[in-house]
Design a protein around this ligand. Sequence first.
Ligand code: MG
Length: 372
Amino acid sequence: MRITDVEAIYVRLPEVRQQCDSGQDALIVKVHTDEGITGIGEVDSAPVAAQAAILGPYSHTLTCGLKHLVLGEDPFETEYLWHKMYNGNIYAGRSGVALHAMSGIDMALWDIKGKKLGLPVWKLLGGGFRKSIRCYASSLFGATPAETGERARRFAGMGFSAVKFGWAPMGQDAEMDVALVAQARQGLGSTPDLLVDAGMVWDAKTAIQRARAFSEHNIFWLEEPLAPDDYEGYRKLTEATTVRIAAGEEESGRHTFRRLIVEGRIDVVQVDLTRCGGFTEAMKIASIAGDHGLPVANHGFSTYINVAAALHWLAAVPNALIAEYVTQEGTHLRDLITRQRIQAVDGYLAVPQEPGLGVELNEDAIRDLRVV
Ligand code: MG
């Protein structure tokens, strides 16, 4: 089997609003083969920059659009192709957009392998650790603490045993920060786990103060309180609190994950399959985390392609903790562009059992929402 073409399709809702929600647009990757099997993948990044990283022309031996590095190759050789893409485009980035773009292609290659063999990706990855996984309802904070409490009540009523709120208005001042968490806890009641995603708003000392204040409301983890490169701050924070500190969604490639783990000493390693380098790299990141006694969770605020990929990966590693499942209200691209809508049932997500990723595109919607 040979790769005959790679497409990178930028889709976007007609209206993109100024808010922290990466579910408004997407870059969809299709890898075609000479046997008529097409694999799909997703890149959650700056879509047009990642598109250029895939489709761009050959420049020289260390800078080349990723498409040209995989054309004519055997899609089953995922480890080899990962290194060929990494080394063949190394000037353009050993992390960031270059790795994001690689994620979409790597994901599509694993989808091809699964479709050809009639097996789900988790089985090809050597998995079988679980058939389903507990998930948390993932949402932005309400505009006010009271609105956050209302959302919490709704999500708890939907059967989730864990709920996360994130980003603004967290970070304005101590009073607002604590009120948001207090109201979220009040809305949830005492039993469900409450996860807090700060959204990179503090320095280490402020984060230590907030972790102490939030622990009165029994939080399950505190996510991304600091800037992603503040490894020393992460170390100070994790040494000063018993609250689990989660991070990783800004990372791509195992090398910066290693720094967060070894230097930052984080407690939960969050991996986005559409950014980290795909399945091939995500398996290595999970292994590094496991070697340090740490659990992993997925990050995913985009489409059901991302959700499906995360579930295959979480089923294939021994140290999966919990899955992110977006419950943010409003119009979302994810509900339009795939035929499947992966739904949580009683707070759990089932691992897909169909060949490949187990998710297919809604081609009519892709045509309608395609920008370039
Ligand atoms: Mg986050």
